[in-house]
Design a binder for this molecule. Structure first.
Ligand SMILES: NC(=O)c1ccc[n+]([C@@H]2O[C@H](COP(=O)([O-])OP(=O)(O)OC[C@H]3O[C@@H](n4cnc5c(N)ncnc54)[C@H](OP(=O)(O)O)[C@@H]3O)[C@@H](O)[C@H]2O)c1
Length: 248
């Protein structure tokens, strides 16, 4: 079940960044791609680049997601829709932003999977790719975003148990810092947004999309369950060895 054996894909978060790059790569490989996000004009600009169908849908609109994803056969589901939670200190976080982060990154992913799998089970084949994050694998800071991506991590790993025997493969691709529009969801500070894209050569959206397609292109006997992908100069984890002032 390599990529050539799949015919259709649905990519969420398709209007920019990793999702858009994945749409382009899949379309270039002959897959009929359904591109889903909120910004219709962005999706329509992409639609000229191949066999791409546009769905301007908010991933948090549960009934619309079931209606949209239940309307056609999906061989490949790539869950890339996501936002970064705000950079504010935890004790100053806007409760609405906490909800938006968890509803988009966690509930959006869970319901998209739930909506797509019945058809996959009926046809005996399918491949789910969830875009996680190094924030879901390591304690780095920004705990609400980390919690959302930690949920995507264990969802992806548990789905392998839950879907065993159905013919559905599950892959989690967890990137480090990648140059996309996501920084704008974390802070309005343009200097800080720029600062996140410098200092070392960060990943491009295409780097991550290539990893997605590589996992999809493996022969049937191979399930790539987790890819952690970072810039060469970004090393997650480690211990904070700097003492806090006044703690000695
Ligand atoms: N960039 C990084 O450093 C990085 C690192 C690790 C993981 N990730 C993950 O990678 C995934 C893609 O993000 P990106 O970096 O490519 O950022 P991006 O360029 O901001 O793309 C995010 C996508 O999600 C869509 N989206 C956001 N909220 C949505 C909603 N309510 N309904 C439908 N679509 C929604 C956006 O489209 P609309 O605004 O048009 O709806 C956009 O297409 C996310 O899950 C993110 O957490 C990113």
């Amino acid at each position: 079940m390599a990529l050539k054996d799949y015919r259709t894909a649905l990519v969420t978060g398709a209007s920019s960044g990793i999702g858009a790059a994945t749409v382009r790569l899949l379309a270039a490989r002959g897959i009929a791609v359904h591109a889903l996000a909120r910004r219709r004009e962005r999706l329509e600009a992409l639609a000229g680049e191949g066999d791409i169908t546009v769905h301007a849908v908010d991933i948090r609109d549960r009934s619309k997601i079931y209606q949209t994803l239940g309307a056609f056969d999906i061989d490949i589901l790539v869950n890339s829709a996501g936002i970064g939670s705000r950079f504010d200190p935890f004790h100053e976080l806007d409760p609405d932003n906490i909800d938006a982060t968890l509803e988009t990154n966690v509930l959006g992913t869970v319901h998209a999977v739930r909506a797509a799998v019945p058809g996959m089970v009926a046809r005996g084949r399918g491949h789910i790719v969830n875009i996680g994050s190094i924030f879901g694998l390591h304690a780095i800071g920004t705990s609400v975003y980390g919690a959302s991506k930690g949920a995507v991590h264990i969802l992806s790993q548990d789905l392998r148990h839950d879907l065993k025997g159905t013919g559905i493969r599950v892959t989690e691709v967890s990137p480090g810092r990648t140059e996309t529009e996501i920084f704008a969801t974390m802070t309005d500070d343009l200097a800080l947004q720029d600062a996140m894209a410098v200092g070392f050569s960060i990943l491009t959206a295409e780097d991550v999309a290539e990893a997605v397609v590589w996992a999809l292109d493996q022969p049937w006997r191979v399930n790539v369950s987790l890819i952690e992908l970072t810039a060469t100069e970004q090393i997650p984890g480690g211990v904070d060895i700097h003492p806090v002032a006044g703690s000695e």
